[in-house]
Ligand binder design. Structure first.
Ligand SMILES: Cc1ncc(COP(=O)(O)O)c(C=O)c1O
Length: 473
């Protein structure tokens, strides 16, 4: 699939930009950079401890980072800028197995040749950023690719607006929905939802401490999410609550906002039955349905988790981010705003758009999708390994779907989960916490490049971590 910034069709040959891209010196520079990156990253083939000579300098850098950002980072991570697949080199010379990928961003792992090649294309562009008054063909291609993928099995998606964060993509989604349903002013979401960090998203996100001291920008009501231990009862409970809300606030709901797989909330998968049961009455009431796929995009058997659950007919508005490098809000013609409520100086960097296109190519060519595709096969392999560890160590699960996989350590308290996450970090395995009551440890391995060997390495590092963990609890 073409991911170069401009098509080299003969009609473009008179363009100065085309002759720059076709210049043999550019081709030679690309070849030399690729060879240099490959040579230097090949020394990063497995986990290792810090280089003692860099430890004090690293500590000083972290202190400066803490001072600059107004508090220490959640963990002492400062990358060197080079990696190799899921292995990442930190600025202290240590190498970690990165199975959290910046919370789902590095879909090809680190220093992937296709990403670097795409970034070189972007570096030749005349602008660092793309925006509403400065669109280049790659922006158009990204929009068209996402629209085609989102509508490939029937969802009515015609338009795409790029943006620079998942929160902004959600902000645009809510604006589109509320504008469509004006003057409706309430939103329905799920318990433990996470939508991002803007003022409106702080209202949608179900974490009181994330909105502490902030005025409430939106009125949001919450439904309980699907409980995999009792899907029928939990579906009935959510449906009963939805009916109660629709009756209590007739005509007031301007959006139903949902993650098809609860991410920050603790890796709870949805299902066709659960969502279809809720979406039908919402449809009857004309409430626009937003699926937030910022974390779930590209991690199940289909590009979108709403497709994985067969919910195409209900997807009115969709948001993506993280692994796509540039974020986006996708929506159907019926939801096209009738006033200029959407616009941004910056819709994404040239580099994020070029690498996003290359990422979509890699996800497709990596065989990620399909009922028996790599995402589902690797999930099973990883899940089997976690289950084995659960026979020996205090670990419940596995949970999640596809390349979103997690487990509950010990009693599921935040303190214990953070303790294990910190031990894993020291041992060399990057995973992260999610959910509350219970708090889980989650992994977001790079879908395009993870192998069984990488999963074996993760399981072995996890076992070493659990061995230390049990001595401390
Ligand atoms: C489901 C979901 N939506 C939205 C966001 C917000 O994305 P961003 O951090 O890019 O603003 C996240 C981030 O974790 C997310 O998981």
């Amino acid at each position: 699939m073409d991911s170069s910034p401009a098509k080299s069709a003969s009609s473009h040959q008179s363009l100065a930009a085309e002759s720059l891209r076709a210049d043999p010196r550019v081709a030679e520079a690309r070849r030399l950079i690729a060879a240099a990156v490959s040579e230097h990253s090949s020394s990063i083939g497995g986990t290792r401890g810090a280089n003692p000579s860099l430890v004090s300098e690293y500590k000083a850098l972290l202190e400066r980072l803490g001072a600059a950002r107004g508090g220490p980072p959640f963990w002492p991570y400062l990358a060197s800028g080079l990696g190799n697949g899921p292995y990442v080199e930190l600025a202290d010379g240590s190498v970690k197995l990165d199975f959290i990928s910046g919370i789902g961003v590095h879909g090809c792992g680190h220093s992937h040749p296709a990403m670097i090649d795409a970034a070189i294309d972007a570096a030749l562009e005349d602008t660092v950023m793309q925006g509403n008054l400065q669109q280049h063909p790659p922006s158009l291609r990204m929009c068209e690719r996402l629209i085609a993928m989102a509508s490939e099995s029937g969802a009515k998606i015609d338009h795409c607006l790029l943006s620079t964060s998942g929160a902004m993509a959600n902000e645009n989604a809510l604006k589109i929905a509320l504008h469509h349903k004006s003057p409706a002013d309430r939103v329905i979401a799920f318990d433990n939802a996470f939508a991002g960090r803007t003022l409106a998203m702080a209202a949608v996100t179900d974490r009181p401490n994330y909105r502490m001291g902030l005025p409430l920008a939106l009125s949001v009501d919450y439904l309980p999410f699907r409980d995999p231990a009792d899907p029928e009862r939990s579906t009935r409970a959510a449906l009963d609550e939805l009916r109660r809300l629709l009756k209590r606030h007739p005509g007031r709901y301007g959006a139903f906002w949902a993650e098809p797989i609860a991410g920050e909330g603790g890796y709870y998968p949805g299902s066709h039955e659960f969502f279809a049961a809720l979406c039908k009455p919402l449809r009857d009431e004309g409430v626009p349905i937003i699926f937030d796929e910022v974390q779930s995009f590209s991690r199940s058997s289909r590009p979108f988790a709403f497709q994985h659950y067969g919910l195409d007919e209900f997807a009115d508005i969709i948001t993506v981010g993280k692994i796509t490098q540039v974020c986006a809000t996708l929506y159907g013609e019926a939801f096209k705003p009738k006033a200029p409520i959407l616009s941004q100086t910056f819709t994404g960097s040239s580099s994020s758009i070029a690498t996003g296109l290359a990422m979509l190519d890699q996800l497709n060519s990596g065989g990620c999708f399909g009922a028996a595709g790599e995402n589902m096969k690797r999930h099973q392999y990883f899940a089997d390994g976690l289950e084995e560890l659960g026979k020996k160590y205090p670990l419940r699960g596995p949970y999640g779907e596809g390349m979103m996989i997690g487990f509950t350590p010990a009693d599921g308290t935040f303190e214990r989960a953070k303790r294990l996450m910190t031990i894993m970090y020291e041992v060399g395995l990057l995973g992260f916490v999610c959910g509350s009551d219970p708090t889980r440890i989650r992994f977001l391995p790079p879908p395009a490049t993870t192998t069984r060997k990488h999963i074996d390495d993760a399981l072995s590092l996890l076992e070493q971590s659990l061995e230390k963990f049990v001595q401390q609890i």
